[in-house]
Ligand binder design. Structure first.
Ligand code: FAD
Length: 412
């Protein structure tokens, strides 16, 4: 039986493990904290298949600067982190070039257009088919100007297979009666879905992978060793070494540190996001709502209404600034009056974000026995099962069902 070492037990690493096991691989998973908190636990829980437009600040005029001036605005850069962020931001600027923008959007759509199907197959196998709610999502607009600014993006999405329809004020009221009457229009994203609780899915998937025979190794991976290309290995902080026929790197925002140890450079940042979960307000909405101008979302998870967003660039080690969670919650009160804050829980997570919004999926440039699966940014939950399926194909030497060229690590 061929053996795969998977480093990282977030939703992406576990999905790769599950896919490998289904193809007959013996799997060893390494993580420094299997049950610990991570992006995969506290995210917004959206299967956001409509999100195929890459992050792009160029078309926004002075808006990003205004956000940066606001200490609790939706975009923040900690001064101490700014110098190391520079190459990432310079690469982000290239996304705006029309040919790049379209190429990236197509590559995101290639994953997203099958993501729900792949995700539901995992949910079925782990016994959580009832944990997903296919009620769409609503993007709500306070001004006609903001909608007009987004029209090109909506048309691009339509051309790439995203199903949506315009919703007028009367229908919005009927769909989401608890929203304050301040919105002038909305867009219903027909294929978006949301979960009861993303942590529940991670836990059930980890248990399933365990039951299928995976070996779990607790440890801090400090470097890779691909000197013997037929037996790539991971080395842990204590010096222990684990090798296999293939090694998959899926440690989210920490992945570039590991890929660098075998000479593969990736531009990867932690795009830190914040939220607050309100258990007593769980039923205030019927579906996920995206507040277009304010850049935050509210998801009615079974465990509570989760309100969050923000993009803070402060690196992997700076302590969280939970004032950001509080600022988003304060904003939410304007749109969802009388939110019950009892039992509120604040959270911060590291989105593993590349400048072109595309994940890294594919073989190492320097060591073909090493396979990368990281960098999913805002869409790691959404694209997790699809990434697992593609990694399974790579392990099995099958022709990938999606052209993997756009996700290659060599693009950096
Ligand atoms: C506020 C917020 C909201 C979001 N909302 C959504 C959403 O609605 N939909 C969506 O699709 N995505 C969403 N995302 C993004 C999504 O959560 C992430 O893209 C995804 O969870 C990344 O998963 P991962 O498995 O790659 O990384 P992680 O979940 O970060 O897992 C990485 C794992 O690697 C381990 N690890 C790290 N370094 C080492 C090491 N050196 N040695 C051993 N183990 C290590 C960690 O312990 C961890 O278990 C959101 C993110 C945030 C922050």
């Amino acid at each position: 039986m061929p053996k795969a070492i998977i480093v990282g037990a977030g939703i992406v690493g576990l999905s790769c493990a599950w896919a490998a096991q289904r193809r007959g691989w013996q799997v060893t998973i390494v993580d420094r904290d299997f049950e610990g908190d991570r992006a995969s636990h506290g995210n917004a829980g959206g299967i956001a298949v409509s999100e195929c437009a890459p992050l792009n600040l160029s078309g926004l005029g002075l808006q990003p600067l205004k956000w940066l001036m606001d200490p609790l605005g939706p975009l923040a850069i900690r001064a101490a982190h700014a110098p190391s962020l520079l190459p990432w931001f310079l690469a982000l600027r290239k996304v705006a070039e029309p040919a790049n923008y379209l190429r990236i959007a197509k590559a995101l759509a290639a994953l997203n257009n099958r993501a729900l199907r792949d995700f539901e197959a995992v949910l079925a196998d782990i016994g959580l088919s009832a944990d997903i709610h296919k009620r769409g999502a609503l993007t709500v607009y306070e001004t006609h100007e903001a909608f007009a600014n987004d029209v090109d993006e909506w048309e691009l999405k339509r051309s790439l297979g995203v199903r949506f329809r315009n919703v007028d004020v009367a229908e919005l009221r009927a769909l989401e009666p608890q929203l304050a009457p301040v919105f002038v229009r909305a867009v219903m994203l027909e294929d978006w879905a949301h979960l009861n609780d993303p942590e529940r899915v991670v836990t059930a998937l980890r248990n399933r992978v365990n039951a299928l025979g995976a070996t779990f190794i607790r440890g801090d991976a400090v470097r890779l060793d691909a000197a013997n290309s037929a037996r790539p290995a991971v080395i842990l902080a204590g010096g222990q070494r684990f090798d296999g026929d293939r090694l998959v790197v899926a440690v989210g925002a920490w992945s570039a540190r590991l890929s660098k140890t075998i000479g593969d450079r990736a531009l990867l940042e932690s795009e830190r996001g914040y939220n607050t979960t309100l258990p007593a307000s769980a039923t205030r909405l019927n579906r996920e709502v995206i507040f277009a101008e304010r850049k935050f979302v509210a998801t009615p998870l079974q465990i509570g209404l989760r309100i969050g967003g923000a993009a803070e660039f402060a690196g992997l080690d700076a302590p969280p600034n939970y004032q950001r969670s509080a600022a988003l919650l304060k904003l939410a009160h304007r749109y969802l009056p009388d939110l019950d804050e009892s039992g509120a829980k604040q959270w911060m997570g590291h989105r593993p974000t590349t400048p072109d919004s595309l994940p890294v999926i594919g073989k190492s440039a320097s060591a073909p026995g090493v396979v990368y699966a990281f960098g999913h940014g805002h869409l790691g939950l959404t694209q997790s099962a699809t990434t697992g399926a593609l990694v399974g194909e790579i392990l099995a030497h099958e022709k990938p069902s999606v052209d993997l060229a756009p996700y290659a690590i060599t693009r950096f």
